[in-house]
Design a protein around this ligand. Sequence first.
Ligand code: ARG
Length: 285
Amino acid sequence: MTLTDTAAVPVERAASARTVLMCRPDHFTVSYRINPWMHPANPTDTSLAVQQWETLRSAYVDLGFDVQLVDPIAGLPDMVYAANGGFVLDGIAYGARFTHPERAPEGPAYMDWFERAGYAVHVPEEINEGEGDFLLAGEVILAGSGFRSSTASQAELARVFGREVVGLELVNPSYYHLDTALAVLDPEPAPGAEPTIAYLPSAFSEASQGVLRERFPNAIIVTEADAAVLGLNCFSDGRTVVVASRALGYARQLRERGYETIDVDLSELLLGGGGVKCCTLELRR
Ligand code: ARG
């Protein structure tokens, strides 16, 4: 290790309490195709999906998270991907407005839950898929576009939360949501400190790669192989990262940076094109 390798020096990471919303995949299957991962002709095993999802939920409970549940609805097989249900910050829930008609009813279903849980709900005007495309990184919100959430939703997001929104353009259909191509690992970085992020550069346009390099010079650069098992679709409390069990290289990179890792196998949910983070919507009061 050279002296300039400061980013690789293990540091003591601190966890902060997390509250998350999840949806049990009781009705999970793949009956339509809205991303390249989905093959409706191939069989799915709903009970295995539930079993794997329960492992993720227990991992969160063991980490001390407050895990809230929204009731699954028959006929909405993708509702398990709670991250797409909205974006919640400062007690405000910005609802989702889905790109594809198959998922459209999930928007109001999640907004009902937010309402009942006491969040101030902002009914969206623009197409957006919630935390699938919006990730809080310190003070700013990173916002993906290209396949699902519209660029117009970025202005709406900035208005609703009064935060700077940094638009990032996705270019690879396999990484159609921002949370499949980029992970924020420090949910509450020290004021002014650069939050640690990890990403797959080739998932972004040249211009957006430039933005990421400039804003996050110490980011973890993830390999195509680890991204292809949705390794980046992970969830971190600042100390422990819950990550796909097949993303071995990425898990090693995380440990080199001082994070602990817990691996979970969500192979069944991968058939719908989602992983750990997709099943997790963060709730921030
Ligand atoms: N089948 C779902 C879709 O294509 C998967 C959503 C994954 N969620 C996520 N946050 N990336 O919409």
